[in-house]
Design a protein around this ligand. Structure first.
Ligand code: SF4
Length: 362
C-alpha cells in the first residue's frame, strides 16, 4: 500500500527560528552545574515532515493561497509560518472556493469529508500520514468482515474523527479502562480493536488487557497501530526520566503525542512539563535541579528545542548532550497527485533540488 523510502530533505521549518520564543526567564536565576540531556529521537516524525513539505511544495508549485483542512500538524508555530507563506487553514470545506486545491492534514479525514470535497469540486491533496491510512484500511477491512470495532483513542482528536468516520455505525470509542470495563457490543463473537497512533503505550496496554479479558476472541491489527515515532519518543523519554530530575517536553497543548510524552515522564516518577516554547519556562521549575531532560513532540520544530537549550545554556546549565536511544530512518513519498504535478512542472528540477525529495509515485 505504501513504502518506506530513504529520503533526505531539509524543509525550511527545521531551520527556521521563531522570533517570539526567547523567553524572559529571570536573569537572577543562574543554573551552573546543571546537566542538559537531549532525547534522540525527538521532534518531527516522517508523517509530519511529509505533511509540512506537501503544503510548502504546493504553495511553491500552484502559488498562494493553498487551502488546508485543519491544522496540517498540531503545532501553531508551524501553522503560523505556513500562513505567512500563503496557506489558508479552514475547518469547513464550505469556506473553500469551488475548484480550489485542498490539502488534508496528517491526521486523516473521514469519507464524509472526501465526499464533501468532491461535491464542491475541490482538488484534494492527501497529506494523511500513511500510518494513519493503515488504521483506516484496517477499520474498513474488519467492518467488511462483520466485526464491531472498539477504537481506543481520544474523543475529539482529528485522527479519531477520521478513523471513526470510516465505519461510524460499527465503531465504539474507548477512552479509558473504565470504558473498556463497561462497553457492550451487539455481537461479542465478532469484535476487533484499533488504536489511535499517538497514545501512551503503557496506558493503552492497560485498556487492551481489559478488552482481551472480557472478549477473549477479540481481533487486533496485524501490526500495532501506535506508530514507530510515538513508540520511539516514549522510550526515549523514559530514558530521560531515569537520569533527570526534570523533563521538559516542547510541544503544543493540542498535540496528543506531546502530552503523552509528559505523562509518560511523570508516570516514571519525574517532574515533567509540556511547554509550547521557551517562553513558557518557569524559573521555579529549575531551582535545585541537577539534570534537565528535553524532548519534543512529533510535530515540534527543532528550532524551538534549540531556543530552549540556548536559553538554559545562557544561564549556566549544560552544555547540552545527546541521549541517543533509537536511530530513525523513515520517510514517506509525496502524495501521488502532487508528485505527478511536480514531475510535469517546468520547474521540476528546481523544486526537487529544493526539497531533495524523490517525487515519484511508486
Ligand atoms: Fe504518522 Fe506517527 Fe507521525 Fe502520526 S506521529 S504523523 S502516525 S509517523
Amino acid at each position: 500500500m505504501f513504502e518506506l523510502v530513504q529520503l533526505r530533505f531539509g524543509a525550511r521549518f527545521r531551520r527556521a527560528g521563531h522570533p517570539d520564543t526567547l523567553a524572559p526567564v529571570s536573569a537572577s536565576a543562574p543554573f551552573p552545574q546543571t546537566d542538559i540531556w537531549l532525547a534522540t529521537p525527538r521532534g518531527y516524525c516522517a508523517g509530519v515532515d511529509r505533511a509540512i513539505d506537501v503544503v510548502d511544495l504546493a504553495i511553491d508549485l500552484y502559488g498562494p493561497p493553498v487551502y488546508v483542512r485543519h491544522e496540517i500538524v498540531h503545532n501553531h508555530f508551524v501553522v503560523e509560518q505556513l500562513k505567512a507563506r500563503g496557506a489558508c487553514f479552514v475547518e469547513d470545506l464550505d469556506d473553500v472556493p469551488e475548484g480550489s486545491t485542498i490539502v488534508f492534514s496528517a491526521h486523516g479525514v473521514s469519507p464524509a469529508v472526501r465526499a464533501h470535497a468532491e461535491r464542491r469540486r475541490l482538488r484534494p491533496i492527501d497529506a494523511t500520514c500513511p500510518l494513519v491510512t493503515k488504521v483506516h484500511l484496517e477499520a474498513v477491512r474488519f467492518a467488511g468482515q462483520g466485526y464491531w470495532l472498539l477504537l481506543v483513542g481520544h474523543d475529539g482528536h482529528a485522527e479519531v474523527e477520521g478513523t471513526m468516520g470510516e465505519v461510524p455505525e460499527r465503531t465504539i470509542l474507548i477512552q479509558t479502562v473504565e470504558d473498556a470495563e463497561r462497553v457492550q457490543v451487539p455481537d461479542e463473537t465478532r469484535i476487533a480493536y484499533l488504536t489511535q497512533t499517538t497514545l501512551s503505550i503503557d496506558e493503552t496496554k492497560g485498556i487492551l488487557d481489559v478488552l482481551r479479558r472480557r472478549f477473549p476472541g477479540i481481533r487486533g491489527p496485524g501490526r500495532e497501530d501506535i506508530c514507530y515515532a510515538t513508540t520511539n519518543r516514549q522510550n526515549a523519554v523514559k530514558e530521560l526520566a531515569a537520569r533527570c530530575d526534570l523533563v521538559l517536553v516542547v510541544g503544543s497543548p493540542i498535540s496528543s503525542n506531546s502530552n503523552r510524552l509528559a505523562e509518560v515522564a511523570r508516570a516514571a516518577g519525574v517532574e515533567a512539563h509540556r511547554i509550547d516554547s521557551a517562553r513558557d519556562l518557569k524559573p521555579e521549575w529549575l531551582l535545585g535541579k541537577r539534570s534537565i531532560g528535553i524532548t519534543s513532540g512529533a510535530s515540534t520544530p527543532e528550532s524551538l528545542v534549540r531556543e530552549l537549550v540556548s536559553l538554559l545554556e545562557a544561564r549556566g546549565a549544560g552544555p547540552a548532550r545527546d541521549l541517543n536511544v533509537t536511530e530513525e530512518n523513515v520517510s514517506f513519498r509525496l502524495p501521488g497527485v502532487l508528485a505527478r504535478d511536480v514531475e510535469k512542472s517546468e520547474r521540476a528540477t528546481e523544486l526537487l533540488s529544493r526539497y531533495k525529495r524523490t517525487a515519484t509515485t511508486r
